[in-house]
Write a protein that binds this ligand. Structure first.
Ligand code: ADP
Ligand code: MG
Length: 453
């Protein structure tokens, strides 16, 4: 097996993607324990510490893993999941953990904890309302307060880290407080599926069905997870229908609207859209600042308004990241015992700030540049050297170097498998032209600004 050094950079990136896509819990249980162990015959080898994990990861994440690897390196044809073999010592710690988990799981049996625990911070009181989330918030409040089911289901959707899980937990907290007699279950679609598969395995599907069909309020988070998983989807469909037919409240969240959920059956999509569909839009500056101010008050160190404004301005991706930045700054100030300033904020958060600066992908750059110079996108990968296509290609390589964190060889690969020296040459050439040709320099500046927005 060859272990190309650069593969670990790709693996780090893929892990970041997986974490963002599937959420922290799923990531930590299934994906983080995987080890990159090699690359041969155009296939990446990943190992899992137990047989069960290997099979589960293969069936649930296998396709996504392959696609992500292909996205990184075109030649890759797929991913092989293997069992971490012949190393009894290394995974010991992990085995203990798994054993503990299984024991707890088995003990729960038909009990109450088919749901997942609620985060005590995720309440309505802690939720800051702004334009992007006002509809979702109002709908969630309504469901939590209503004595009769107001709309069924409530379908919340929006991008990562925008508050879907927070709102669902808030509903659950409120109902628990005001109507303790009602049985409220919150769980991720992944956990739903996991339990379903376990029930199938232990031939216990009757108990599984009954458990879910007897709840008053069922919340399933991140339902996109079961798109394409036919058996689970089927089971979910029946559970869903049974509850809605009995007029029990169902609340669903997803990263896309019902219609846009790929791999979801038509009848399912249509039923998901029957009640109220509320989307959470990307954050605005005002909302970000509001959230920062509220969260800053809970920190032990004062954060100057200027710093809050700076962060709300700079970190635009999502609220989770914004929170993370604020916590890091707070922890830093406490640790070194120095007041927070704009300057040390920039220092402490340089990696987060840079990641937010550079969200552009090479594909976007290629597309924009091709449009700008009115050439075909395929010329970005073609071998043609005519000036009319070679120059735009160089510009795109230059921008890829400036705006992404990719290395020269990585960039070369994305441009039809060119050598890193070609990319280096392009970067130099464009730099040179920029300093001698004003029109050209302005052109590049314009492209850069378009791509950064
Ligand atoms: P999602 O489920 O949409 O990916 P989460 O609900 O997990 O996002 O939210 C990510 C983080 O951001 C959580 O810590 C949550 O408390 C916080 N958050 C999101 N929206 C808000 C808001 N409007 N006010 C306060 N905190 C928020
Ligand atoms: Mg969530």
């Amino acid at each position: 097996m060859v272990m190309d050094k650069s593969l670990s950079a790709e693996w780090t990136r893929i892990r970041g993607r997986l974490r963002a896509e599937y959420g922290e819990a799923a990531y930590r249980s299934w994906l983080k324990p995987l080890t990159l162990c090699g690359y041969s015959d155009n296939r990446v080898k990943l190992s899992a510490p137990t047989r069960f994990m290997r099979d589960w990861v293969d069936s649930q994440y296998g396709d996504r893993l392959s696609r992500l690897w292909k996205g990184e390196i075109e030649e890759i044809e797929g991913v092989d999941l293997i069992l971490e073999g012949g190393m009894p010592s290394a995974p010991a710690a992990f085995q203990v953990q798994v054993a503990a988990k299984t024991a707890a799981g088995a003990g729960s049996g038909a009990g109450n904890d088919i749901g997942a625990p609620l985060d005590p911070r995720f309440t309505f009181a802690n939720f800051i309302v702004g334009k992007p989330n006002e509809l979702a918030f109002a709908a969630a409040r309504r469901v939590a307060e209503a004595s009769a089911v107001p709309f069924n289901p409530l379908f919340l959707y929006g991008g990562v880290g925008l508050g879907k899980t927070h709102l669902m937990h808030a509903i659950a907290w409120q109902i628990r407080e005001t109507r303790p007699d009602r049985r409220v279950i919150y769980l991720s679609a992944e956990k739903f599926m996991y339990q379903f598969i376990r029930a199938l395995r232990y031939k216990d599907t009757m108990a599984f069905k009954e458990q879910f069909r007897s709840v008053d309020v069922l919340m399933i988070d991140d339902v996109q997870f079961i798109a394409g998983k036919d058996n689970t989807q089927e089971e979910f469909f029946h559970t869903f229908n049974a509850l809605v037919d009995q007029n029990h409240q169902v609340i669903i969240s997803a990263d896309k609207s019902p219609n846009d959920l790929e791999g979801m059956e038509e009848r399912m999509k249509s039923r998901l859209g029957w009640g109220l569909v509320a989307d959470i839009h990307p954050t605005t500056y005002e909302l970000r600042l509001g959230i920062m101010q509220a969260k800053a008050e809970q920190l032990e160190v004062p954060i100057p308004q200027k710093v809050l404004e700076f962060l709300a301005h700079k970190i635009t991706s999502n609220i989770r990241e914004l929170e993370g930045a604020l916590n890091r700054i707070g922890a830093y100030a406490k640790l070194v015992g120095r007041p927070v300033t704009l300057e040390n904020t920039q220092d402490v958060l340089h990696d987060i700030l840079r990641a937010n600066d550079r969200r552009v992908t090479i594909e976007e750059i290629q597309k924009r540049v091709a449009e700008h110079y009115n050439i075909r996108l395929s010329e970005m990968y073609s071998a043609r050297r005519a000036r009319a296509v070679a120059r735009p290609r160089q510009v795109a390589m230059y921008l890829a170097k400036q705006l992404t964190a990719r290395s020269l060889p990585e960039i070369g690969r994305k441009f039809g498998g060119r050598d890193h020296t070609t990319v280096m040459h392009a970067v130099r050439k464009v730099d040179e032209l920029r300093s001698t040709d004003r029109g050209f320099a302005e052109d590049i500046e314009l492209l850069r600004r378009m791509l950064e927005n």
